[in-house]
Design a binder for this molecule. Structure first.
Ligand SMILES: [Zn+2]
Length: 94
């Protein structure tokens, strides 16, 4: 009986639609617009780009969406990735 139950579970997975959201490619930030820890402003998107240990590591730096640490593009990107880089968004009062 246990085997039949497992098969049922697997069938549910295989029925999953394959038409998921398509990830858009990361926007390339021009070098002179890149933000670092030093230049990132409170209203800038703080989506990390590149290797944090690398010399070219920077943040997105676009105008962020109110209530989110990221710009419109990266708010959506954060919602699409299965492993969010941040814990759940805090709900800001007001
Ligand atoms: Zn961004």
């Amino acid at each position: 009986m246990r085997g039949a139950f497992l098969n049922k579970g697997l069938a549910m997975f295989s029925n999953k639609k394959s038409t998921g959201p398509v990830l858009q490619p990361e926007p390339v930030i021009p070098v002179d617009q890149r933000k670092t820890m030093e230049t990132l402003m409170a209203d800038d998107c703080r989506w990390p780009i590149g290797d944090p240990q690398g010399a070219d590591f920077h943040f997105c730096g676009k105008r962020k969406v109110d209530g989110h640490p990221y710009c419109d593009f990266h708010v959506r990107r954060a919602g699409q990735t299965s492993k969010p880089r941040t814990v759940a968004y805090p709900h800001f009062a007001g």
